[in-house]
Design a protein around this ligand. Structure first.
Ligand code: UDP
Length: 241
């Protein structure tokens, strides 16, 4: 399958049409942004790692019965995926308090949550991805109640699978963001799962001031060692040295 015209360029990926109307090719870039695009940079090798890592995780999730957009990885940076209509809700799942959750509720980063939380942001760069609840999302026609119900169930199933997967690698899954799409009447997992979209902490480093981030927080918070952290996670997932 070959790339035809570029349909969309996002912050971290480009999307190309193909000869198959049901498929697109996603190209992962090394560009990194944070704080709604205010902070910009490059993380060398990130595109390759995120492409391969996201695909490996989607293969694992498919085996657990979670439908995903993955069709086939073409090479280090390019993957064929099903052409979905993205539901403009960023679905955030949390197991441990961190980031905006800690700020919002005044709790320390590293606080273990009594249950996983699922929350939504309305995907809109112009509005800065505002927090949204189910009745506002259905009222605005962003998604139906049935779709939100499916997304919530799938997000929690992804959480269960990812917690167990990362635990084996000595990594605690703190939180992550998912995006879902509509494909032939079904809701399927789309976008990516990578250190760009997950908070991954070295296991046993929950202490609120001392945890070791193996994710994009190293870029957001200028902690240094960004490339090394992405490589370390990828090494553990792939078993590659
Ligand atoms: N996240 C993301 N894209 C966004 C916002 C958040 O991938 O536009 C991920 C982020 O990496 C983290 C989780 O979602 O793993 C929760 O992020 P949070 O709401 O705490 O926002 P942040 O503190 O990153 O602004």
């Amino acid at each position: 399958m070959e790339k035809k015209e570029m349909l969309y360029e996002g912050k971290a990926k480009k999307v190309y049409a193909t000869e198959d109307p049901d498929c697109v090719i996603v190209t992962y870039k090394d560009d990194a942004t944070a704080f709604n695009g205010l902070k910009k940079g490059t993380i060398a090798g990130k595109g390759v790692i995120n492409n391969k890592m996201s695909n490996m995780l989607m293969v694992m999730l498919e085996k657990k019965g979670i439908p995903t957009h993955l069709v086939e990885q073409i090479d280090d940076r390019n993957t064929i995926v099903k052409k979905v209509q993205i539901v403009p809700l960023e679905t955030i799942v949390r197991n441990v308090a961190a980031g905006s959750f800690s700020k919002r509720y005044g709790v320390p980063e590293g606080l273990a949550l009594k249950n996983p939380t699922v929350e939504f942001s309305y995907k809109s760069d112009a509005l800065g991805d505002p927090f949204i609840n189910t009745s506002c999302a259905t009222a605005l026609g962003i998604a139906t109640l049935e779709e939100i119900d499916t997304i919530t169930k799938l997000a929690l199933a992804v959480d269960d699978a990812l917690i167990a997967f990362f635990k084996e690698l000595n990594i605690d899954l703190v939180d992550f963001k998912l995006e879902f799409g509509r494909y032939k009447g079904q809701i399927i997992l789309a976008d990516e799962i990578s250190p760009d979209t997950c908070r991954l902490w070295e296991a046993g480093t929950w202490d609120t001031t001392k945890h070791t981030s193996l994710d994009k927080d190293r870029f957001r918070r200028d902690l240094g060692g960004v490339e090394d952290a992405y490589e370390e996670v990828f090494k553990r997932i792939s078993g590659e040295e």
